[in-house]
Design a protein around this ligand. Structure first.
Ligand code: AMP
Length: 261
């Protein structure tokens, strides 16, 4: 089945393809501002997979004022990475579930190796790693207009995706979205997280998606990539980490797949 590119129909259609019942283990990699959180929310609604955002887990810990929250608040506010061991401990218990999409984890090689080990212990593997791609200049523009609703947790942009009347707000700018912290977060992404693309590409797990497309089209492209991957998983469960061939570019995938009949 093909997912229509048309944004409106994507929002209203009842999705009944292969993704409906298959558990999903998916990573969303991408720089801050590429739309990982927005896409993860949409994909979770489509697939029923649990959206796990380490950024949200960290902010919840800080908001609750726990000892851990007080320890990590400084890192979060400055846009620095929280220490690996702390984040790994937060995520590990959730990984034993079999239907999730991880947004914002792993962000370092140490985290990726810890994820491998945790999944290896479970005899499980990843289905797909989606890298959302966008140049820094566009990301800086997006991040400085980003607001999060305190009421619903939803993420908006003042210009391109403003809140509707159903969300009462208030709409907060995260400390780490302030201009002085954005550049540092992008630097960290390029230095620490971007190399993970190679790590997963070597296993044939990586798909690139252009994050500058409209929100609905980015979702559709990710779903295409998931469809490309998941039937193989259902037909013949593979050993953890066995490489799977996957087209790297949306265009290649579109060309490779016969039209739905
Ligand atoms: P995010 O909402 O994913 O942009 O994350 C916000 C902030 O939480 C980051 O700037 C880091 O301070 C922290 N954080 C989130 N995920 C991780 C991670 N996997 N490793 C280290 N720090 C993280």
């Amino acid at each position: 089945m093909r997912i229509p590119l048309d944004g409106a129909s994507l929002d209203t259609m009842t999705y009944a393809g292969d993704l409906g019942t298959s558990p999903t283990r998916l990573l969303l990699l991408g720089p801050q501002g590429a739309g990982k959180g927005t896409q993860a929310q949409r994909l979770a609604a489509f697939t029923g997979a649990r959206h796990i955002s380490t950024g949200d887990l960290i902010r919840a810990e800080i908001a609750a004022g726990t000892r851990l929250g007080r320890t990590i608040k400084g890192y979060n506010d400055r846009g620095e990475l929280v220490p690996d061991a702390t984040v790994i401990d937060m995520v590990r218990p959730i990984l034993s579930e079999d239907n999730w999409l991880l947004d914002g984890f792993p962000r370092t090689l140490a985290q990726a190796i810890a994820l491998d080990r945790a999944l290896g212990d479970l005899g499980a593997g990843l289905d797909l790693v989606v890298a959302l791609e966008a140049p820094d200049a566009a990301l800086i523009e997006r991040l400085s207009g980003r607001r999060q609703s305190e009421a619903t947790g939803k993420i908006y942009h003042l210009v391109s995706n403003p809140p509707g009347p159903d969300d009462p707000g208030p709409f907060i700018q995260r400390d780490d979205d302030r201009p002085e912290h954005i550049r540092r977060r992008l630097e960290l992404y390029h230095a620490e997280t971007e190399p993970l693309k190679e790590y997963y590409a070597a296993r044939g797990l990586l798909a690139h998606v252009d994050a500058l497309q409209p929100i609905e089209q980015v979702t559709a492209r990710i779903l295409w990539q998931m469809e490309a991957h998941m039937p193989a998983r259902k037909a013949a469960p593979r050993a953890p980490w066995a490489p799977q061939p996957i087209p790297l570019r949306d265009e290649e995938w579109r060309d490779a797949v016969p039209s739905a009949s």
